[in-house]
Write a protein that binds this ligand. Structure first.
Ligand code: NAD
Length: 456
């Protein structure tokens, strides 16, 4: 049984039965049968169902957003945005999957036609994180279903109700019931699920769990995508427009209480603007409203995971002990019930501190002063992770030169954190393997078939 806590109050508000092994057997068999039929359906039929899903999701926007807020604490205004973002992703796949899947004549040799087509994998497993329960799920189920797969979806144990809701809306939109099934439970349920002969695994979560999954499915040669954590850096050059830079970084660091895989967690400031930056930055951070996530003007809600409070405390204390100090007083908030953490901005940090090396996943950032672009590049690359990186400068060529040297999946000049379905989303090093979104994020759900046909 999963006890679902509202992170804003710390109280259990619902209990949900975990999926048991005999149900998993049943669900897997049904997913296999349903997929065999589904892969023969027309593109138009799939398209109509997913388009209807998008419309139904938007018509239930406030209900779904409220559920996100109550399950994982994201401020309601940001949760509404997540529903819009989910619809945008679904629409992108609707607009692009058909062209991608059409078989193509790629050549002709000695009168033999050479044609490429694609087959779906079969039953794919989607194991997901809790920080964007709808948006992350949609990067998997939309392309998976449109390309002819069935999906066994294991949402995070923090957000099972959002996972159940997603299925409800898909079924209401006309999706045959066994094509998308929600599995409820913690990591042990997910691990049991992976013992079934599934045809693909799409995982979003931490590097530590990613390693366990890689170990569970080793030697099976099934397609996998790992979207893992980050320790993303930003570098502010001395010629940056400080007002715009700080606007962007405030969101990059503190949006969703810093619980975004691509949150900026390390900030390198050129020494020539260091003091001026901190002066403006201080007042912007101090003005961020922390509190009830249902209120319109709340920017920082509670943490989604209670246990992360002690990890953030450890990181903060480790840094303070090693000589860092705080720009303004942050840390666990005692003023409210629930899992609140006040923004913590640590100065005088260095790479011997956990705050500059290990993923925090909270409203906390470490700042360092640098003397040159070369020093910034060296520090930015000094990480086990490689999800995103950004540079703020009015000299775009300089920004591009710096970013060309950075080992990250996505790089930004004068912005940070965000993503577009036009481009692949994926990490390097401990941040993952493979891509979601974009044409590459469609290709992950199909396998190529090469045809050699006589002339007709
Ligand atoms: P997590 O790794 O704790 O859990 C993710 C999922 O894995 C959950 O559904 C969990 O039940 C499941 N799981 C746990 N143990 C398992 C096991 N042994 N076998 C199979 N599944 C298991 O991560 P989280 O706390 O839910 O999410 C936060 C992490 O996700 C952060 O590291 C964040 O950066 C990352 N993330 C990455 C992206 C991305 O696109 N790269 C997006 C969102 C979140």
């Amino acid at each position: 049984m999963l006890k679902i806590k509202n992170p804003a109050t710390g109280e259990v508000f619902e209990e949900v039965e975990s999926t048991c092994i005999s149900d998993l057997n049943f669900m897997f068999e049904n997913a296999q049968k349903a997929q065999k039929k589904w892969k023969t359906t027309s593109f138009q039929e799939r398209k109509d169902i997913l388009a209807s899903f998008k419309a139904n999701l938007l018509s239930k926007k406030s209900e779904c957003a409220r559920l996100i807020t109550i399950e994982m604490g994201k401020p309601y205004t940001q949760a509404l945005h997540e529903i819009d973002e989910t619809a945008r992703r679904v629409q992108w796949f609707l607009d692009h999957f058909e062209n991608f899947l059409e078989s193509r004549v790629l050549g002709e040799t000695k009168g033999i036609k050479e044609i490429l087509s694609w087959d779906p994998h079969g039953v794919v497993v989607s194991i997901s994180a809790w920080n964007f329960p709808y948006a992350i799920a949609s990067s998997v189920f939309a392309p998976a279903l449109l390309t002819g797969n069935s999906v066994l979806y294991k949402p995070s144990e923090i957000c099972p109700l959002s996972g159940i809701k997603l299925r409800e809306i898909l079924l209401e939109s006309g999706l045959p019931k066994d094509l998308f099934q929600t599995i409820v439970g913690d990591g042990s349920v997910a691990q049991t699920l992976l013992e079934f002969p599934v045809d693909g695994v799409f995982f979003t979560g931490s590097y530590e769990t990613g390693k366990k999954i890689a170990n569970t499915i080793k030697n099976r040669f099934i397609p996998t995508v790992f979207e893992l954590g980050g320790k993303d850096p930003a570098y502010v050059c001395e010629d940056a427009n400080l007002e715009k830079t700080i606007d962007s970084l405030i969101h990059g660091i503190f949006y969703n209480a810093g619980q975004v895989c691509s949150s900026v967690e390390r900030l390198y400031l050129h020494e020539k603007i260091y003091e001026r930056f901190l002066e403006f930055f201080y007042s912007r951070v101090a003005s961020l409203k922390l509190g009830d996530p249902m209120l319109q003007d709340t920017y920082i809600g509670p943490l989604g995971r209670e246990g992360n409070i002690s990890f953030l405390n450890q990181q903060r204390e480790n840094a303070l002990k090693k000589g860092a100090y705080e720009l303004l007083s942050g840390g666990a908030s005692k003023d409210e019930p629930g899992f609140f953490y006040k923004p913590s901005v640590l100065l005088n940090t260095d790479h011997s501190m956990s705050i500059m090396k290990e993923e925090s996943f909270g409203p906390i950032v470490g700042i360092m002063k640098v003397k040159s672009d070369l020093e910034a590049v060296t520090l930015m690359n000094d990480s086990d992770y490689g999800l995103t990186a950004s540079v703020f400068t009015e000299d775009f060529d300089r920004g591009k030169i710096i970013l060309a040297h950075i080992e990250s999946g996505s790089v930004y000049v004068n912005s940070c954190t965000h993503l577009s379905p036009n481009l692949p989303w994926g990490g390097r090093k401990h941040s993952g393997l493979g891509s979601t979104l974009s044409l590459l994020g469609i290709e992950e759900f199909v396998k190529p078939k090469s045809w050699y046909l006589p002339p007709s």
